[in-house]
Design a protein. Structure first.
Length: 105
């Protein structure tokens, strides 16, 4: 019915891929990623799961008459750190095996 298709081999590949993904995720969870915005007026540090660990704000960043700018700097710094963490996760992920009968990606 499946020709030369080896279901057992496919299951083994899937199990190995799952183990590789889980290992990469564990390794990245222990790493931290830091980024800043506004010429280092605001810095943030997140862990590999994207959870915020620290926010640093220089006194020069705070203007009581313009809280929106500080908010924007915090968001920009977080997004930069998250992008770095996401890039590290993508780089750490194993390549998907070529499966018989499936088009290449």
């Amino acid at each position: 019915m499946f020709g030369d298709f080896d279901l057992n081999s496919l299951m083994q590949q899937a199990q190995k891929l799952q183990e590789d993904v889980e290992r990469a995720q564990r390794e990245l969870e222990s790493k931290e990623f830091e980024a800043s915005a506004g010429g280092d007026l605001v810095s943030v540090r997140i862990n590999g799961r994207g959870e915020l660990q620290h926010v640093g704000i220089s006194p020069e960043a705070w203007d009581p008459e313009d809280p929106d700018t500080l908010s924007a700097l915090i968001i920009a710094a977080f997004r930069a750190a998250k992008s770095e963490a996401d890039g590290a996760m993508a780089a750490a992920m194993p390549d998907l095996p070529q499966l018989p009968g499936m088009p290449g990606m």
